[in-house]
Design a protein around this ligand. Sequence first.
Ligand code: 26Q
Length: 835
Amino acid sequence: MSAHSDETVDIGEVELLQAPELPMTSDAILSDLTHYFGRMLGRRTIRTASPFLYQAVVYATRDRLMERWGKTRMAIERDDNRRVSYLSLEFLMGRLLRNALLNLGIEKETAEALNRIGLDLEDVYDREHDAGLGNGGLGRLAACFLDSCATLSLPVVGYGIRYQYGMFRQRLENGHQVEEPDPWLREGFPWEVERFEFAQTVKFGGRTTSRTDSGGKTVFEWVDTQDVLAIPYDIPIPGYRNDIVNTLRLWSAAATDEFDLEEFNAGSYADAVASKNLAENITMVLYPNTATQDGHELRLRQQYFLASASLQDSLRFYTYHHGNDVRKFAEKNCLQLNDTHPAIAVAELMRLLIDEFGIDWDEAWDITRNTMAYTNHTLLPEALEMWPVSMFRRLLPRLLDIIYEINARFIEEISQRWPGDNEHIQRMSLIQEGSEPMIRMSYLAIVGSFSVNGVAELHSRLLTAGLFRDFADLWPDKFNNKTNGVTQRRWLAACNPQLSTLISERIGAEWKTELSQLQKLGGLAEEEEFRRSWGDIKLANKERLAKNIEDKTGLIIPTNMLFDVQVKRIHEYKRQLLNVLHAVHLYDKIRRGDGDDLVPRAIIIGGKAAPGYEMAKSVIKCINNVARVINSDPEMTDRLRLIFYPDYNVSAMELICPAADLSEQISTAGKEASGTGNMKFMMNGALTIGTLDGANVEIREAVGEENFFLFGLTVDEIEELRGKYDPQAIIDADEDFSRVIALLESRHFNRFEPNVLDPIIQSIREPADLWMTAADFRSFVDAQGRVDDAYKDVEHWTRMSILNTASSGRFSTDRTMRDYNDDIWKLDPIRLNLK
Ligand code: 26Q
């Protein structure tokens, strides 16, 4: 075969099989990174402020990933493995270098290489920007999933969007949140590989036409569209010391070269070129999640862009083995939808199968329904995604046709099940009727999937009993639970190296891939020597965090204080306000001379408010105002601190969770789907104060009720109270509570800012307060009293801390991914032996 034929000569394959692997020694690493620094980046001297050393280290690391990456891909192709596409509008990856070195097993060697030229790997780590392509839990979960799938050798590809601007950066001005853009790509992102050879075209706008073909079949065409190019950028996802490297494929939008020929011909060349912006806007910025989802057209464009490009990519991959015979697509593919954000994929797969591959409706529907699986992450009805039909008609007319057809056939199906029950049918319709008809994306996802799961046992139960009840009646077997987790590689091994070493010294290192091994720590809790080491490490981590907080805010936190931490997005249901009420109560107690029994406490709160979520922004202002008064009162200096941790993100959590004594998981029961911060804290030996909500329930079961500070109303009690809730009566009946409210109302915390706290105070007093903050005040304060008592007995506290880590084995995403694979995906692990 001639080398010019571009058909089958795969030079890459030949090379990969024969070239020896790069050495993993410090010598080789040093030689590679100096090569990149000098010869590729063209730099001679290292300036601390410049990113080039970091980049050179990444290139040296990436080389070692690249060869494993190629082999992983080849093994998947060779075996024609069934594979999963994890579709998510968010991947909150954070920094990648430390984890890549840990998983490759060359952290020591790389540190040594740098040491030899007088440099410190920790400084290099710090130079990396956080890849903040997500809002919070849902996005970080996707990132933890990728780490676990690679570690379990599962052929899973993450598909997402390469936003130019990630999650906004948070600055504080006089206690108000100010948002700043996050230009995380500004200095380049050395991990990614552009794969323009796999670019896809995504259509928007236009109209649909139909005609009858020669065989008498009706054929639909989507014409006069405005096309956008989707260019994939691949990021390597290494498994833990198993030579697997999976892929995160992020799509970036670009104008097709044929844009606006009319304008071009009319002579306005510059205008035509400038209209590129319209296309490229699609992947410009990550949308923050608000309390209620308001439908921005650009967000819908993002969703369709991701779904269409990823599905076309999966079909392209499939046809490599199977040609245009797509009937086995569902055997070889599963698409896991991370919430409804990519749910338009249901209709898009139908479109591609019917319009592009000529399959008829029934067969296309079978394939689609055997391919899609949907994960729900919220119980809040107001957060369920809906898009106006009118917007679909304008932007995605062919997809609207398909959704109408899916709905018509679905309604036909349920009319047979519930004949004449029109109300039932209306309730379940994919279209919510009204003056502005809306498409219910969660219903589209349920109808089009073979699996629907919640993310914690309680959440999954509430879904089938509440929001999705009708569907669970119809298809009970579709619904299942997959309790969330976190990867222990990042959230213990990498972020808490001292504890990690201590644990491995005593029980071996197997916990890094089998977290249930941690239960062996249980016995050690009785060893005094072990408890001392445990306590020393917690203290060292608190010192590290205290220093970080001092650098960021100027505030000094004594490390003998109990570190009481609540970090997560600011949302009313998460009840940061309840935490503030407790802080004000402690402040009041100390001021009235009744605080001598209190344990010194540093209350640390961090999180971002969606820019359009006014109430959440008021909560931030409130925390900061109360903090300023507390922290500037000399009487509080060694008793009470309140800190608002600015710009909370993944890297911040890596410093924070190893240093926490107490983890605040205090959402209104029934509102937090799972929570995953709760698991990171537990793994690092923090105790939890929490409600019976989300995964807290399972955390408490795992660690035992005696090692968990439970408070608050249950889901049933909350529902029971609705309509009868009288917060003012609760306040009046509780002296401590009355004093707290009186202090807030006295403008003690907003002397020169009249009214800034009004919405906050009002919300607590409001009988319609959905979050029932006042209802749980007393029980929360009492539980905090029990925390104090427990903390005073250091030995007892340390024992409980060890038991929390020891019981956290279930909360590894390795377990979560095994559960997904056993029940939903059914993938065979990748077999690497390529000889
Ligand atoms: C939707 C439409 C338009 C713009 C933004 C959004 C949007 C974006 C992100 C809506 C929601 C989100 C994120 C939700 C989220 O993070 N949910 C959390 O998911 C975690 C992982 O399952 C759970 O642990 C948390 O309980 C849940 O709140």
